[in-house]
Design a protein around this ligand. Structure first.
Ligand code: SF4
Length: 427
């Protein structure tokens, strides 16, 4: 099989991995046109400072010895299989890089022969890229759970970012749907990567030129909706991962029904709204000072699909509102629906010079259509008279509460652009 056919198969197989953001297209060139957007696995990811970069996103192989029920590459699935040699991956990466198609590589793989063998092949690829080709671009590598620690350490000395997919929120879920995987074989490597990063930071304080280990940090991905685990269970897990393993990101991937296994839920489409709520809540954990027990509980284990998690929290804690915008502490400003991190910072610095009113807030980027119910400006409240959560909720949702919740459509044919904004940014 030639390398191009392998690329078709293995770039397609990588599309379900969301821990590196993806965009796929297969538009063909037209007469007189320039180039074609072949589905060659080029996806977009974002740097810490917000720049968008293109990555070659491929699997090294989709020939898996495991049989995870939710996965398209499971050993029992009948589909075309391919495996790149280390030389082929290195050649494709260098050629794409030289043509300016990509700025880096996102490399994952099914488990070929054994976890150790797969990691050894990864290391061969990374060695070729870094030591032979002198490739200095970004590399994100998926670590294979169950592989020897020495192999992880070696790979971590070459990669910029590594991730070990946690896959399912509980050990029970893994036992049911991915019986060949063990939670401690996933958490162990995560801990090893964390220790390697900490050690490398300490060494570099003493020897400035000592090698970096996974300098862009580690991430993970978990599947939402393949098991009955609640949002609360998932959020608690993420909180633990951020605290214990210092992860950069947890990616949530709505379960895509690619199999008819009776152990899997019968759904016709992925639970994208739920995925979005989890991303919003994750944002609240990382940047807004919330903890998982404030957002959900055993008694309220799942997010409201119609309201974003911060609005939902504010309505359940209505006794804390309204707050006076000119006096409230920064951490309370962050808890107002409609006020994001940037606008809260702007409020704090602007009110040192003058008392802010509603027009000022608008200029500072506050989304007043949500915030007005929860704030006063110079003692004035411009929301509705009643502070009953049920009334505020109805006002915030407006007509949208009558429709089914669904994923945001930027170009809605009926309502025009943005009119059906059900999923809002976490401000
Ligand atoms: S180990 Fe990975 S590639 Fe293999 S079946 Fe499980 S999820 Fe799919």
């Amino acid at each position: 099989m030639d390398a191009l056919r392998k690329l078709e198969i293995l770039a397609d197989a990588a599309k379900y991995d969301v821990s590196c953001s993806s965009s796929g297209s297969n538009r063909q060139n037209k007469k007189g046109g320039l180039g074609n957007a072949s589905a060659a696995g080029i996806c977009h990811s974002w740097t810490d400072d917000g720049r968008c970069i293109s990555l070659l996103k491929i699997l090294m192989s989709n020939s898996c010895i495991y049989d995870c029920a939710y996965c398209v590459n499971r050993s029992s699935n009948d589909l075309p299989r391919a495996t790149f040699t280390p030389e082929e991956v290195a050649d494709i990466t260098i050629n794409f890089y030289k043509r300016n198609y990509i700025e880096g590589l996102f490399l994952s793989s099914a488990v070929v022969k054994s976890p150790d063998h797969t990691m050894e092949q990864f290391i061969e690829i990374l060695k070729k890229l870094r030591d032979v080709e002198n490739f200095n671009g970004y590399i994100h590598l998926k670590a294979i759970p169950g592989a020897d620690k020495k192999l992880l350490d070696k790979a971590g000395s070459y990669a910029d970012r590594m991730s070990v997919n946690i896959e399912l929120p509980t050990e029970d879920g893994l036992r049911m749907l991915a019986p060949q995987k063990k939670q401690n074989e996933i958490l162990g490597p995560m801990n090893d990567i964390k220790q390697g990063m900490l050690q490398s930071i300490e060494e570099r304080k003493i020897f400035r030129n000592s090698p970096k280990f996974v300098p862009a940090g580690q991430t993970t991905q978990l599947i939402v909706g393949a098991t009955k685990d609640s949002d609360y269970r998932i959020l608690k897990l993420s909180e633990g991962l951020y605290n214990d393993f210092q992860l950069k990101r947890v990616y949530y991937s709505a379960f895509v029904p690619v199999s008819t296994n009776p152990l899997l839920p019968r759904i016709s489409s992925p639970p994208l709204v739920r995925e979005n709520r989890l991303y919003q809540a994750d944002w609240l954990l990382r940047f807004y000072g919330f903890n998982s027990d404030e957002l959900l509980s055993e008694d309220k284990p799942d997010f409201d699909l119609l309201l974003d998690p911060k609005c939902d929290w504010a309505l359940r804690n209505i006794d804390k509102f309204p707050i006076e915008i000119n006096r409230a502490e920064y951490h309370m400003l962050l808890r107002v629906p409609g006020i994001g991190v940037k606008s809260a910072q702007r409020i704090v610095s602007s009110r040192r010079f003058c008392q802010l009113d509603f027009d000022d807030l608008k200029k500072l980027g506050v989304v007043l259509k949500r915030a007005k119910y929860f704030i006063t400006c110079k003692g004035i409240h411009s929301g509705i008279k009643s502070m009953e959560p049920v009334n505020i909720r109805a006002n915030i949702l407006g007509d949208s509460s009558k429709k089914d919740p669904r994923q945001l459509s930027l170009f809605d044919l009926e309502g025009g652009m943005g009119n059906d904004l059900k999923i809002e940014l976490p401000v």
